[in-house]
Design a protein around this ligand. Structure first.
Ligand SMILES: Nc1ncnc2c1ncn2[C@@H]1O[C@H](COP(=O)(O)OP(=O)(O)O)[C@@H](O)[C@H]1O
Ligand SMILES: [Mg+2]
Length: 352
């Protein structure tokens, strides 16, 4: 069965056209070998989850580590109740371990300890029981805020001294912000209050490195599109690949969205090539559908440092970057001739 361009969450290479993920996070294996606790931060839809999911299964398959991506996202449902957030997170972790790790590497029953200790105690018990060094990537860390976030970061710091026998060998926090940036969060928001209470020394001040991820380059856009040509015989002309890079500047989700629109909606006959004109039409359709993440844009816009940059641009009704979509300061928004004013009024209506 031919694979397809994915725009809904992490890519699964057996089903979706996927660029090799190792080169997207080249420093990470070395940090893991050095027992590092580190941060991977990048805007939404760049490939953080895809890359770390794949790295986890590759490292585990190599046999040296038990490496797994675990999500913090469900904790967001309990912003004022650390104990309940911990229980929800641990429940999700058990599910993830069940589907991502062989039986002998899965966690033992979670210890029964008081709220505010559950995550630390769980990682401690798992590290002790696991026959291999445990490596965990904690995804969607930004989903947590306020007391829950502070409690969990403190538990990680507390356990750090006991690694590798009594706590994970290596650990990454994965999200939109570097941890120190929680202090730059929305004024008055939960994250902001957490930031203020973190003070100058973040509870996660044990991290040794903070990494980010780049967009695709022009050669990688072509490489991804050629996977479709190899699977289906449908050609992307060299000019079309160049046009796709020009339109997207390599933003991974957009690169996929543009091609998906072209091959699944506009030119379904696989004997017909994808040309720059087809991609231009796909771009128009994406703009018409306003297929972006306006809610997260509105959230970012409330941050003081983002406002400082974006407001003069909006006042001039003109963006200085040449992307079809602007990810300046992690903002998703349509640029230049793409009707700033219309987007702005929509964003304001979401804010209200
Ligand atoms: N290695 C990759 N190859 C091709 N497309 C990718 C790759 N990684 C990410 N993408 C694109 O980016 C989108 C978001 O990926 P995801 O891993 O969920 O990002 P994040 O966790 O940073 O939000 C995917 O739906 C896909 O369109
Ligand atoms: Mg993700």
């Amino acid at each position: 069965m031919p694979r397809w361009f994915n725009t809904a969450g992490p890519c699964r290479p057996e089903m979706n056209y996927t660029l090799p993920t190792a080169r997207r996070i080249p420093r990470v294996p070395e940090l893991i070998d050095q027992q590092a606790y580190f941060v991977v931060h990048a805007p939404r839809q760049v490939g953080k989850t895809t890359s770390l999911l794949t790295l986890g299964s590759e490292l585990t398959a190599e046999g040296r580590y038990a490496a797994v991506l675990l999500s913090m996202e469900v904790g967001a449902g309990f912003p004022d109740d650390t104990g309940a957030a911990e229980l929800a997170i641990l429940d999700a972790w058990r599910g993830a371990a069940l589907s991502r790790l062989p039986a002998e590497l899965r966690p033992p029953p979670w210890p029964e300890v008081s709220p505010g200790r559950r995550i630390g105690a769980a990682l401690q018990a798992w590290s002790r029981a696991c026959p291999r060094p445990l490596v965990v990537f904690l995804d969607e860390i930004d989903a947590l805020a306020g007391d829950v976030l502070i409690s969990i970061l403190r538990q990680l710091r507390d356990g750090y001294a006991d690694r590798p026998a009594g706590f994970p060998w290596s650990l990454a926090l994965v999200g939109l912000r570097d941890v120190r940036d929680y202090k730059a969060a929305t004024p008055g928001s939960e994250a902001d209050r957490a930031g203020a209470r973190l003070g100058s020394a973040s509870p996660f001040n044990i991290k040794v490195r903070s990494l980010t991820m780049r967009d695709f380059n022009a050669a990688e856009v072509t490489e991804l599109y050629l996977q479709h040509s190899a699977d289906t015989g449908q050609i992307f002309t060299p000019e079309a690949c160049a046009r796709a890079f020009e339109l997207t500047q390599g933003q991974p989700w957009l690169v996929n969205a543009l091609a998906k629109e072209a091959v699944e909606e506009l030119v379904v006959d696989r004997t017909q090539p994808i040309t720059p004109e087809v991609l231009d039409a796909a771009k128009e359709e994406l703009i018409r559908r306003q297929d972006t993440h306006l809610d997260s844009l509105a959230e970012r816009l409330r941050e003081t440092r983002v406002r400082r940059i974006i407001e003069p641009i909006l006042a001039g009704r003109r963006c200085r970057c040449r992307r079809m979509i602007c990810v300046m300061c992690w903002i998703w928004g349509w640029c230049g001739g793409l009707r700033w004013a219309g987007w702005w009024s929509q964003i304001r209506s979401i804010e209200r």
